[in-house]
Design a protein around this ligand. Structure first.
Ligand SMILES: NC(=O)c1ccc[n+]([C@@H]2O[C@H](COP(=O)([O-])OP(=O)(O)OC[C@H]3O[C@@H](n4cnc5c(N)ncnc54)[C@H](OP(=O)(O)O)[C@@H]3O)[C@@H](O)[C@H]2O)c1
Length: 334
């Protein structure tokens, strides 16, 4: 039987590169593209089938910033498949990013230069907004919508005979000090992206704790700095064009500059081949590229407290309960 991999955010950037790379590894795979824009998804499907005619590629419409859309999309997935082998939780946003120019120039001449280039720590702030569900958009898109998706797809993912894998696209930008259990949506701060990625790392730990016995394993990775729509939102394209020659040089010292979506997908593909039971839940897997362009995967121990992870997971379950009551009420009203 063909293995099935569902990928959110497959319509561009790292998710799109991942689709091509997975089919290059196993062209018998069935890829299910979970995308909000059906036109884009259809174009991706056609391109993938043109290069991998023996593959199967299907599409499910899903906007991960809307719980109702996730529930409806998951319903279609359950109608199509008996089980999922891989669920790549990759869709993500960094809206209205602002670069802190002062911190950037200060960082260049400090001992923290490599750390700054690797993690963008302290360099980026974002302006978040509230979705129609009433959540912070970054929180709902990068984390909560995906959490609901996992909960909806549990019957397809939990099999003790042959484990399934959840693989999250997190970030080196995930920072403990940007996350608080008292403000999980980061309503009060200016770094919702970093908070949402730290929340992803926490959830990953809690999911392993609660689901490994049921045959479901979770891992987190970071693609490095990749030139995609997301990064082109940070600086105007012409500035990137000016910076790129310098960045290519800096890559001899900072292997986090993977730059292309193909390179950025390295750890996602590596995880595809791993026995999930052999992975350490407290490790983040990092795509890296040498100055000469060779890709490899680095392992990084995460700064995670398991009790905080469990408390966060329980908070998400509570939030889910409330959302489901609201959805049930609006269903009755229709
Ligand atoms: N680029 C980097 O340097 C970098 C570094 C670390 C982590 N990441 C992470 O990598 C992941 C992929 O990002 P990328 O760099 O490839 O950026 P991208 O090219 O902007 O791709 C983002 C993908 O997410 C989808 N998406 C966004 N909001 C969505 C929503 N509400 N519902 C469904 N899909 C949605 C987009 O769909 P549309 O095509 O419809 O917009 C697109 O397919 C993200 O989780 C990001 O945080 C990126």
């Amino acid at each position: 039987m063909r293995k099935v991999a569902l990928i959110t955010g497959a319509s561009s950037g790292i998710g799109l590169a991942l689709c091509g790379r997975l089919l290059a590894e196993d062209d018998e795979l069935h890829l299910c593209l979970a995308c909000r824009n059906l036109g884009k998804a259809e174009a991706v499907r056609e391109a993938l089938l043109a290069s991998h005619p023996s593959a199967e590629v299907s599409i499910v419409q899903m906007d991960v910033s809307s719980v109702l859309s996730v529930v409806q999309g998951a319903k279609q997935v359950k109608q199509k498949f008996q089980r999922l082998d891989y669920l790549y939780l990759n869709a993500g946003i960094m809206p209205n990013p602002q670069l802190n120019i002062k911190a950037f120039f200060f960082g260049i001449f400090s001992r923290n230069m490599i750390h700054m280039f690797t993690t963008a720590d302290g360099l980026l702030t974002q302006n978040d907004k509230v979705t129609s569900d009433g959540f912070q958009e970054v929180f709902e898109t990068n984390l909560f919508g995906h959490f609901i998706l996992i909960r909806e797809l549990e019957p397809l993912l939990c099999h003790t005979d042959n484990p399934s894998q959840l693989i999250w696209t997190s970030s080196r930008n995930a920072k403990k000090s940007n996350f608080s259990l008292e403000d999980i949506q980061h309503t009060k701060g200016q770094e919702p992206y970093s908070s949402s990625k730290y929340a992803t790392d926490l959830l990953n730990v809690a999911l392993n704790r609660n689901f490994n016995e049921k045959g479901l394993y979770s891992s987190v990775m970071c693609p490095g700095t990749v030139m995609t729509n997301l990064t082109y939102g940070i600086l105007p394209p012409f500035v990137w064009t000016l910076l790129l020659p310098i960045i290519w040089l800096v890559r001899f010292f900072v292997n986090a500059f993977t730059l292309t979506p193909y390179n950025g997908a390295e750890a996602l593909v590596w995880l595809f081949h791993q026995k999930p039971e052999s992975l350490n839940p407290l490790t983040k897997y990092l795509s890296a590229t040498t100055g000469f362009g060779t890709n490899y995967v680095k392992h990084q121990k995460m700064d995670i407290d398991e009790d905080t992870a469990e408390k966060f997971y329980q908070t998400l379950l509570e939030l889910e309960k409330r959302v489901r009551i609201t959805i049930a009420k609006s269903d009755r009203a229709i």
